[in-house]
Design a protein around this ligand. Structure first.
Ligand SMILES: Cc1cc2nc3c(=O)[nH]c(=O)nc-3n(C[C@H](O)[C@H](O)[C@H](O)COP(=O)(O)OP(=O)(O)OC[C@H]3O[C@@H](n4cnc5c(N)ncnc54)[C@H](O)[C@@H]3O)c2cc1C
Length: 434
């Protein structure tokens, strides 16, 4: 029987190194990275750190070795992402920041040798940036079968027309992976295909980076921006198609499963950092005759947060293990479970940490208000909570059927009647002994 919660010592050593490296080298950069002169400045600051990561064989760990990665599997990757999640810029130092990591997985899965050569390897080397352009302002992102962006074949080319938004990093990307409808009459999940579109292709118009709750200020061309993009008769060659015509959804699903595990583990990294701030604060803040640490409500928050983070962590690592051992399809329900549960745990832990800091927590003197704004988006990107709950509930309910005569299976009078019949000999013997 194998039921093992330990990490092998060799990999634990790597994790310990990462933990120390991220805290020592990357956390200090967080406070100034926006002043470094945009993405290029940040890249320069991270370059020597990336070198150290490569030397430790931890670069681009999400891809198999033949594609320049470490091929670690989802459980190990998950444990890595828990550490990387503690800082918004740590994944960049390790060559697996979203959306480049997911896009490199798409290229690895569906790219031809030529597409890999031109896009994947430079992306992995950190020489190119990418974006994933699927969500549209006027159709429901949670139901991408409604996509309106069209790609029409014209001779040796495809012509793309449509409008997208929230294409993360779209304004700094060298290329965009665009999801567009190629056959509107096909079955819903076979209507769309994916294309690699260089950002400088005529007709690609990056309109703005949409200011958001996380970044409420106007910006353009910054790392982490969410671009609104108009595709106006954008012509790309036939070779721009990724995978087959109509395979967009299949490819997207393969990309999203592992991505959700990484998100959930990164959220745990954020939650843990907020939790540490909460615990530190309550050890010295004094009010109404005692430390905050001595108030029952605060003790409940500490204990509940610890329990919820532990639950989310075990659920996520279990989903990763199912994916590693049985494949993405088998892990579908586990992944939906962690997606909405993990987002809630992140939100609640950050909220409590912010609360115990009072005005200080609400101020920009602490990272908590930023974490809180970040946490809110987690409830709907990569699929809103409601959709994941629906997936889970449908799968679970598919295992149930109405009972005969619509009498509940556990109806006590009915069960008693059945038991009396089955055990009549025992009951009869008792009566005889009376
Ligand atoms: C930080 C961030 C980064 C993003 N990055 C990218 C990116 O790189 N590329 C990209 O293409 N997109 C990206 N997105 C967009 C994201 O994927 C979409 O916002 C998401 O898919 C939801 O789509 P929508 O916003 O159109 O909401 P809608 O689809 O309009 O849904 C709105 C709400 O409707 C409700 N709802 C929907 N379906 C159901 C249901 N079945 N049952 C009950 N209620 C339901 C939910 O409450 C949901 O939140 C990003 C978004 C954020 C916030």
């Amino acid at each position: 029987m194998s039921w093992d919660f330990s990490t092998d010592p060799e990999f634990q050593e790597q994790l310990d190194w990462m933990q120390d490296f991220v805290r020592r080298e990357i956390w200090p950069l967080e406070t100034i990275w926006r002043d470094l002169g945009g993405y290029e400045g940040l890249r320069e600051a991270l370059a020597p750190l990336q070198e150290q990561v490569r030397e430790r064989n931890l670069w681009a760990a999400h891809l198999p070795p033949e594609l320049g990665g470490q091929g670690m599997g989802q459980v190990r990757l998950g444990l890595m992402h828990e550490i990387l999640g503690t800082s918004p810029i740590a994944p960049l130092a390790f060559g697996n920041a979203a959306p480049d990591s997911g896009n490199s997985e798409i290229l690895a899965l569906a790219g031809t040798p030529e597409q890999r050569e031109r896009w994947l390897y430079p992306l992995l080397a950190g020489d190119l940036k990418s974006a994933f352009s699927m969500t549209e302002p006027h159709t429901a992102g949670s139901d991408p079968t409604q996509l309106q962006t069209r790609a029409v074949r014209d001779g040796d080319e495809w012509v793309i027309d449509g409008r997208k938004w929230f294409s993360s990093n779209g304004s700094i990307a060298d290329f965009l992976i665009v999801m567009a409808v190629t056959d509107p009459d096909a079955r819903p999940k076979q209507r769309a295909s994916m294309f690699v579109v260089p950002r400088d292709t005529p007709g690609v118009e990056v309109l703005r980076d949409v200011p958001t709750m996380e970044h409420p200020w106007e910006q353009f061309g910054a790392y982490g921006g969410h671009a609104e993009i108009s595709y106006n008769s954008v012509r790309v060659p036939a070779e721009a198609l990724l995978g087959g015509v109509g395979e967009g959804f299949v490819i997207a699903q393969q990309r999203l499963g592992p991505g959700r595990i990484h998100h959930c583990m990164r959220w745990l990294g954020v939650a843990r950092r907020a939790f540490d701030m909460m615990c530190e604060r309550v050890t010295y803040r004094h009010a109404h005759g005692s430390l905050l640490a001595d108030k029952e409500t605060v003790q409940n928050w500490v204990a509940d947060s610890a329990a919820e983070m532990q639950a989310a962590r075990l659920m996520t690592l279990h989903a990763a293990w199912v994916m590693d051992t049985q494949g993405a399809r088998a892990a579908a329900v586990d992944i939906s479970l962690i997606k909405f549960y993990g987002a809630k745990v992140l939100h609640d832990v950050v909220d409590r940490a912010l609360q115990v800091h009072g005005s200080l927590g609400y101020s920009t003197d602490m990272p908590l208000e930023q974490m809180y704004r970040f946490a809110r988006g987690a409830r709907f990107y990569d699929g809103p909570d409601e959709v994941h709950r629906q997936t889970v509930a449908r799968r679970i309910l598919a295992g149930y059927a109405p009972p005969p005569g619509e009498v509940p299976s556990e109806h006590l009078p009915t069960r008693r009647e059945q038991a009396r019949e089955r055990f009549a000999h025992l009951l009869g013997a008792l009566t005889a002994n009376d």
